[in-house]
Design a protein around this ligand. Structure first.
Ligand SMILES: Nc1ncnc2c1ncn2[C@@H]1O[C@H](COP(=O)(O)OP(=O)(O)OP(=O)(O)O)[C@@H](O)[C@H]1O
Length: 367
């Protein structure tokens, strides 16, 4: 069986040796107030390392976008952060900065320089009345006032060719470019200030498959060359197995599995990760039977007790209705260090502490 290749320039083992660049700790986000408050993030912990490609996957509504919007302070009302820390580690060491407590001025200065985002459907946010060159040079001018106009134009041309667009397109208007080219321009804009973290929220979803692949390959090539870290959001876990070093799977506002991409592919430990893998055709390697996941995610305003996945889970037993699972190393000897899963089958200690008997080994270790 041939496993798909990842961007292997940065093996998962390297992640553990590299410095963390962004640490999200116990992040809690709600939308609205009172009875119908939606608990969109319920204590999320996630670390991104320098140069790493971290994939964030999960069905619609599980909180992927909320997580990156909150972590970059771009969350709009009625969303609000009620607890947590987001630590950004400055280049060259020094005390990490808590992004959630940063004042507006330094936040604005840091945005695009430290962390840049390519939003869902970003290609539609180019201003139709300005040439793309002007839109690129304006972004550069806002952060690098010391650069002269010819220097900014030169940089804009360089950025375009970096993302595979002929530099003479600098004088095109957005409507003269295809959707794929406009999305490349948005990526060029995000890279304009050489950020250390690039967040991409479903950056290629609106494009056809061939264009998606070309853009992904380009991003990975740029990552290898420039060394920025990437958080890549998608519903499609098969795609992440191709491009990510590590994958975090989200469900109902929590991370339920966090593991090297190859481990998620070969041995998913959470039944939800397994279900997601069987919901999308693999891009390479042997075919998997596509089964999908029965049922739908819970209402985040009225969550069930215990494990939020239990109604859809083939392994659920009475303990799952009573004990909320925590992220722990899987109870399988030989699993990669640093791997985490939030499933009671892997946390016999919590099960016993809650007054239940752990599942017998064959079921407990089936995934
Ligand atoms: N403006 C809002 N008001 C109320 N609830 C919201 C709002 N935005 C998001 N939510 C809720 O927060 C939860 C998480 O949404 P979010 O958009 O972060 O999920 P997602 O995983 O990024 O989904 P998608 O893949 O569809 O973008 C959802 O259940 C959604 O209903």
């Amino acid at each position: 069986m041939t496993a798909p290749t990842t961007s292997a320039a940065f093996p998962a083992s390297a992640a553990r040796e590299r410095r963390p660049i962004l640490e999200i700790r116990d992040l809690v986000v709600d939308y609205g107030y009172g009875e119908d408050r939606v608990h969109a993030l319920r204590g999320v912990n996630l670390t991104l390392h320098e140069g790493e490609v971290l994939g964030l996957a999960g069905e619609s509504g599980c909180g992927k976008s909320t997580l990156v919007y909150a972590a970059t302070r771009l969350l709009a009302p009625p969303g609000y952060i009620s607890a947590g820390e987001v630590l950004f580690h400055p280049e060259g060491g020094g005390e990490p900065i808590d992004v959630l407590r940063q004042d507006e001025r330094s936040l604005r200065a840091a945005r695009w320089q430290d962390t840049a985002i390519v939003f869902q459907g970003a290609m539609n946010s180019l201003n139709p009345v300005y040439r793309i060159g002007r839109q690129l040079t304006d972004t550069i001018a806002a952060h690098r006032p010391e650069m002269t106009r010819p220097e900014r134009e030169e940089r804009a041309r360089e950025l375009l060719s970096m993302v595979g667009i002929a530099p003479n397109r600098i004088s095109s208007f957005p409507h003269q470019l295809s959707g794929g080219m406009r999305q490349r321009v948005m990526i060029a804009m995000a890279l304009a200030l050489e950020p250390r973290v690039l967040i991409m929220d479903e950056p290629t979803t609106a494009l056809d498959v061939v264009m998606q692949r070309q853009i992904l390959e380009q991003i990975m090539e740029l990552r290898d060359r420039l060394g920025f870290a990437v958080v890549f959001i998608t519903h499609d876990v098969s795609l992440l197995i191709e491009i990510a070093d590590r994958i975090a799977i989200m469900y109902a506002g929590e991370i339920v599995e966090d593991a090297p991409a190859q481990d998620v592919y070969r041995r998913p430990r959470h039944p939800y990760s397994d279900g997601l893998l069987h919901s999308f055709p693999p891009l390479r390697g042997p075919r998997r039977e596509l089964a999908g996941i029965p049922g739908s995610p819970p209402d985040l305003a009225h969550l069930p007790s215990g494990c939020p996945f239990r109604d859809r889970c083939a392994f659920a037993w009475d303990a799952c209705a009573a004990i909320p699972p925590r992220l722990v190393p899987p109870a399988v000897p030989g699993d990669s260090p640093g791997r985490l899963v939030a499933c009671l089958r892997h946390d016999p200690q919590a099960v016993r502490y809650g007054g239940f008997e752990p599942l017998p080994a064959p079921d407990r270790l089936a995934l």
